[in-house]
Design a protein around this ligand. Sequence first.
Ligand SMILES: Nc1ncnc2c1ncn2[C@@H]1O[C@H](COP(=O)(O)OP(=O)(O)OP(=O)(O)O)[C@@H](O)[C@H]1O
Ligand SMILES: [Mg+2]
Length: 368
Amino acid sequence: MRLALLRRTLTAKLLAGQLAVIVAGSATLALVAFAVGPGIFHRHVRNALGYVPPDVLRHLDSAFADALVLSLALGIAAATATAAAVGWLVWTRLVRPLRRLAVAARRISRGDYGSRVTVAGSDELAVLGRAFNEMAASLDSAEERRRRLLSDVAHELRTPLATIDAYLEGLADGVVEPGPATWKLLRSETGRLGRLTEDVAKVSRAEERQLDLRLQRVQARALLETAAQAAAPAFAAKGVRLEVVPASGSPEIDVDVDRLGEVLANLLENALLHTPSGGVVTLAARRDGDDALLSVADTGVGLAAEDLERVFERFYRIDRARSRDRGGSGIGLAIARALVEAHGGEIWAESPGVGHGARFLCRIPAAP
Ligand SMILES: Nc1ncnc2c1ncn2[C@@H]1O[C@H](COP(=O)(O)OP(=O)(O)OP(=O)(O)O)[C@@H](O)[C@H]1O
Ligand SMILES: [Mg+2]
């Protein structure tokens, strides 16, 4: 093996360390045994036997030296074998998993976000492996969200751009009259593009959970009252009644008041838009186990079963033509869902069917 490689691998470093310990230990042992051992040996022999003839002493000396050499040799062999075994263990338990981790990390850095490592046991390496897999999963889903957002945005940009393009072409060919109506239409399409870019930034921030929530303990009912107050003029103008159900023991929740206010405002805006004048929109909050359940119910056009989940998708609108007139991007509920989920809650829609009103519910963990 080349020296540079030896210096680089963990196993080689460990083996070199163990070798140094063995060499130093054996050298010390040999030095002490051969320098001091014979003197002590002679003293014991003389104490036990009195005068010993020189040839007998020489014989005893060589027997003593042989025993020393043999035990040293056996000791060194045993230590070396143990060092090799420890090296092998370190290689399989530490070096191999670390190498696999490095390979997986490199794959991720090349954009293969599906890469994971197998984790067994509960030691520090397993903890590292699990943390690595979690990181990979979160990168994977962020990448997936980014891809979906891009394709959604491209899809949404196409319509206003096509309209503007068609009008400009018509103007150039003299087919479309240049006049206030045309300018107004073109302005409304560019306005729509502008709103779209704002909405996209908002929803992507919300979905990436880059929201720094400023949590505050509030009564759920107080939130509803504030939202109702803000929406009251619009409801009065359309002739839709807005009611806040008097709650018995309204739960307390830890929420970012502005963000959750935004959710309620979105839900109220939708309810008002889809409820004809003479209808009623009802706000309620109650405790449900460990959670607070907030609801916005209307007597409006309602939702078909297949739309109950889809309305939370980005840019999804049931009645595209009508929403477009009003300038809605179909993003309000996607933002609402991201905001509620950032609070550790969930949001969903219920409806007995088209024409029978809709109810949007938010479940938020109640304050302990
Ligand atoms: N209360 C409701 N009753 C019936 N349909 C609803 C109700 N709320 C939402 N919807 C449907 O769900 C769709 C998505 O709603 P969302 O709030 O996400 O978008 P939007 O209101 O169209 O536009 P934006 O909120 O971005 O201005 C709406 O276009 C509408 O078709
Ligand atoms: Mg909306």
